[in-house]
Design a protein around this ligand. Structure first.
Ligand SMILES: [Zn+2]
Length: 509
């Protein structure tokens, strides 16, 4: 443990929390047993005392709401272990892991992590916060089994949402399947109802003590070879709370940069951009252009290349990525991208992913972060690289800082991919294949195409260009930069027979 080897008694004396005289009766008591007496015997305030002693102990103090918990990391510990050893897993990277405890002297936590090759850093939280996180008092077994069974049933039924509604006397469960809401079952036993609702909150990381406000959370569910990401939202209602669990079956989805369909010249440039330690990288495109998938794939690539601290701000968090601390912004309650970015910067990240730049404030904060030594990835809702520069200028950003920070803009859209099986049978010797008509085979359900591929353009702002002092001078020098354009990408993919040319592509040719 990274905690300093200082006895609790000397800490209490040095900080003036307790006097030598008042400590005398417990002279021989070990530190782990003395710690809880501070609250039960001495009646000290946990928060005030913890804030006073943290620097001596070698850790920090935080309220539960300030911990950015990596849900995948958290789910790697059984709830039972967390309850027995009393800690909150926060995140880990290649060399260290971070946990929160309410008693820094507890032997069982230290023993639990004693075989770790990584250094363990501790944050102190009050026991109220820790209990709230652990959902103490929630009986396990039956509610746990019920929830697991319900989720598996929903997955097997290809259900998109599970609705759990507290009515006057029952807890009703409905499945949404192909758009239809179907009544599933009702739980009548009141204590079982409470257990199920508490369990959903604990597992999804909601605050169990709050029931009069809407909350959001996530559950990463794994069973019988199925991986399901579940976004949970709660709303207070007349009889209690209602929950909606939206299921994202991630089995088989990979955020692998290699398989998204980028042409090799763009892929190579993207990979070298991901080696940068600072600067701004934008992924742009209209809704449904696969920006999020690309961002996740880029983050995965970065994680595979270097040991770094990655934090994301997303609206919403769509999929969990292991080793990345993902935070969901919630503009409705004032937790905006801009506010989120301010708190994320206090967490000493190397890489920051901001879901979308939508306004001047977020744009300026992102640019500042990129200028001051962070690598920032974000998206813009624009159709190509040139328009993206104009959009940034339109946000009234600091033009000098922006021109100095920007490292690359990737613009993308998706196109249907011609079925490789029937292409083999019907394409002409030079590989040209221009239309879906008359094509089709068993492999593609006689549609002629199979899945989608990405069409992209990439603008790289390399070192030679960085003497520019404004966005407009940057825009004027586009021809001096490595700029792989849509029309080249489309042309080469049509020529290779990967896509068919169609009228929808005219705008970008
Ligand atoms: Zn086919």
């Amino acid at each position: 443990m990274s905690q300093k080897d200082v006895s609790l008694k000397s800490v209490l004396l040095n900080t003036g929390v307790l006097s030598k005289k008042s400590l005398q009766p417990f002279e021989s008591l070990p530190d782990d047993a003395l710690w809880p007496l501070l609250w039960t015997h001495y009646k000290l305030s946990e928060e005030t005392t913890m804030k006073k002693v943290v620097t001596f102990i070698g850790c920090s103090f935080k309220p539960l709401s300030d911990l950015l918990i990596d849900q995948a990391f958290r789910r790697s510990f059984p709830l039972q272990t967390l309850r027995e050893c009393r800690f909150i897993p926060i995140y880990e990277d290649k060399s260290s892991l971070s946990i929160a405890v309410d008693n820094p002297y507890r032997k069982d936590v230290q023993e639990y992590f004693s075989n770790q090759q990584k250094s363990v850093s501790m944050t102190l939280v009050t026991s109220t916060d820790l209990n709230s996180f652990l959902g103490e008092g929630v009986a396990k077994s039956t509610a746990d089994t019920f929830l697991d069974r319900l989720i598996m049933e929903a997955v097997n039924a290809k259900c998109s949402d599970i609705h759990i509604m507290k009515q006057k006397e029952t807890l009703g469960v409905k499945f949404r399947i192909h758009g239809e809401l179907i009544q599933r079952e009702s739980i009548i036993d009141p204590s079982q109802q409470d257990q199920i609702m508490s369990l959903i909150k604990v597992q999804s990381g909601m605050d169990i003590s709050i029931s009069n406000q809407p909350q959001d959370g996530r559950i990463s569910f794994e069973s019988e070879g199925q991986q399901v990401d579940i976004r949970v939202s709660s709303i207070p209602t007349l009889h209690g709370e209602d929950f909606v669990l939206r299921l994202f079956n991630t089995t088989g989805i990979s955020f692998d940069l290699e398989v998204l369909g980028f042409s090799s010249n763009i892929l190579d440039r993207l990979k070298s951009l991901m080696k940068l330690d600072s600067g701004l990288m934008l992924v742009t495109g209209p809704t449904g252009s696969g920006k999020t998938t690309t961002l996740y794939a880029l983050l995965n690539y970065i994680k595979s290349q270097k040991n770094c601290h990655v934090i994301t701000l997303e609206d919403p968090v769509e999929y969990g990525i292991s080793g990345v601390r993902q935070s969901q912004v919630s503009p409705k309650i004032g937790y905006t991208f801009a506010n989120g970015l301010r708190s994320v910067l206090r967490q000493d990240p190397d890489i920051i992913m901001v879901g979308e730049i939508r306004d001047q404030e977020t744009a300026n904060l992102a640019i500042n972060a990129a200028y001051t030594g962070h690598f920032v990835l974000s998206t813009l809702h624009t159709s190509d690289c040139e328009t993206s520069l104009k959009r940034l200028a339109g946000f009234n950003v600091d033009s000098y800082l922006c021109a100095q920070s920007i490292r690359g803009i990737l613009s993308q859209k998706l196109s249907l991919k011609l079925c490789p099986q029937c292409r083999e049978k019907t394409s002409s010797p030079n590989g040209f294949s221009h239309s879906f008509e008359g094509k089709g085979c068993e492999g593609c359900d006689y549609l002629g195409y199979q899945g989608r591929t990405v069409l992209s353009e990439l603008l790289v702002v390399d070192k030679q260009i960085r003497d520019v002092d404004s966005l407009s001078s940057l825009s004027q020098r586009l021809e001096d930069m490595p700029f792989f354009k849509f029309r080249e990408d489309i042309k080469s993919k049509v020529e290779k027979g990967e896509i068919a040319y169609h009228s929808g592509l005219e705008g970008v040719m």
